[in-house]
Design a protein around this ligand. Structure first.
Ligand code: NAD
Length: 427
């Protein structure tokens, strides 16, 4: 029998953190797993957790120590994949949960990876580039025993980027004695990165939103779209929605909220963001209060900025048909229930923003063959994979009359546990 909510001894029962949220999600889908539920406890036990000390000499000659983690959640379906974040508030519980959600995301869209995540407790704003390079290299060296193109492949996450990946690639390659481009994804093009990676997540968001719109009989031509976040994900999605004839009626970011009932000029807004750092005062827009963003009438709403944005406080006032979660975790569980009760169709993060890991998968495949695809082929394969994932998951949602989020978890957990059952236990 499965054992709900049994926390590992290394997490405090008083502060179980995001890992407890993940455990509850697994509990919820267990009744749908049939005979595979015998294996469900596999999902509640990360395969490997590595905690490392990262000592670094700072520019002023002092020695600083940072705490680093790498968690490999599940390897039943393939090597593990997941970002590395640099943040002062990183905790083990958070890294564990994020690694498990990567397992779910990869399995939900049927990319042959398990999930992993890494983190270093550091506020990068307080350190120079040279210091961050030393932190990255020492952290990589400390976790290198469990890294590798066939084992564990990091990618950028909060406060890390293509340059960070280049340092990881170099450190790992120095240790193995040969260049290993497949050890990281999201790296610069000059080191074997993939075309289309930067836009991949936004393109995936648009692709699944277009599928859902078709299912619900919404014509994208003239559809009203509101987007929170005009960065990598939100900006790319805005461009693609506009190209499809939709009207971006509102955009919100850390500088404010802009509105135009006839549709914003997306190219002009993105240019304004590039030159000023935010959407505030973009040409052809009027400013509205941030709270009013959530009450605008629209066909599609895309939270593509931060977690915890749609809450019990604002969910009831949301007047849209489809919420597409470009961000990770933008909707709290209470808000999710409210949206569902109000008939809002929610495309969950594990499906909606999986375009990024999908093109990371393509990058890894290209690195193995040292043969690079053109951008058109990458986009076509991305769109086809996202469409198929949407179809698989929405079919299960319809069959059981459940939300797309629950259906995505059932699909993902079933795939992982089927692989686990077939492999059996060693010895
Ligand atoms: P980004 O840094 O490029 O953009 C973030 C955007 O959020 C910016 O427009 C910023 O102004 C806005 N923002 C910040 N604080 C805000 C606030 N208080 N209110 C409103 N807006 C605010 O980041 P990104 O890569 O576009 O990622 C956005 C989200 O998508 C994150 O949750 C990320 O985890 C998720 N995601 C990204 C990828 C990817 O490939 N980039 C993949 C999967 C998930």
């Amino acid at each position: 029998m499965s054992q709900p909510f049994q926390l590992p001894s290394y997490l405090s029962p008083d502060d179980p953190g995001p890992w407890a949220v993940y455990l509850e999600q697994v509990e919820r889908v267990t009744p749908y797993l049939g005979k595979l539920s015998r294996w469900v406890d596999t999902l509640k036990h990360p395969k490997r957790i590595l905690t490392v000390d990262v000592p670094v000499e700072l520019d002023d000659g002092t020695i600083a120590h940072f705490e680093g983690y790498r968690v490999q959640h599940n390897m039943a379906r393939g090597p593990v994949k997941g970002g590395i974040r640099f943040h002062q508030d990183v905790t083990l519980s958070e890294v564990m949960a994020l690694s498990a959600w990567m397992s779910v995301k990869c399995a939900a869209v049927n990319v042959p990876f398990g999930g992993a995540k890494g983190g270093v407790r550091i506020d990068p704003r307080n350190y120079s580039q040279r210091e961050l390079e030393r932190v990255t290299r020492r952290y990589t060296s400390e976790i290198s025993a469990i890294l590798g193109p066939n084992q564990d492949i990091p990618a950028p996450d909060v406060n890390t980027n293509a340059q960070t990946m280049a340092w990881i690639l170099d450190t790992y390659s120095q240790q193995t004695g040969h260049l290993s481009p497949g050890v990281v994804t999201g790296k610069p093009l000059a080191l074997g990165g993939s075309l289309g990676r930067v836009e991949a997540t936004g393109r995936g968001v648009f692709t699944v939103a277009a599928e859902a719109a078709r299912d619900l009989g919404i014509n994208l031509e003239g559809a009203r779209v509101a987007i929170q976040g005009m960065g990598n994900v939100g900006g790319t999605a805005a461009k693609l929605f506009a190209e499809a004839g939709a009207k971006i009626i509102a955009a919100q970011d850390h500088t404010g909220t802009i509105y135009n009932a006839a549709g914003l000029n997306v190219a002009a807004v993105l240019e304004h963001v590039r030159s000023t750092g935010g959407v505030a005062n973009a040409p052809g827009s009027e400013a509205i209060a941030n709270d009013d963003f959530w009450t605008l009438e629209s066909e599609i709403l895309v939270p593509a900025a931060l977690e915890g944005q749609i809450t019990a406080k604002n969910a009831a006032s949301i007047r849209t048909r489809i919420v597409v979660e470009g961000a990770n975790g933008p909707t709290t569980p209470e808000a999710d229930d409210i949206l569902t009760q109000n008939g809002v169709f929610v495309i969950p993060d594990v499906l909606a923003n999986a375009g990024g890991v999908t093109v990371s998968y393509f990058e890894w495949v290209q690195n193995f063959s040292s043969f690079f695809w053109d951008e058109e082929l990458i986009n076509r394969r991305l769109e086809s994979l996202m469409r198929n994932a949407y179809k698989d998951i929405s079919t299960i949602a319809r069959q059981h009359a459940i939300s797309l989020r629950t259906a995505a978890f059932i699909t993902a957990c079933s795939r992982i546990l089927e692989a686990q059952e077939l492999r059996g236990l060693y010895p």
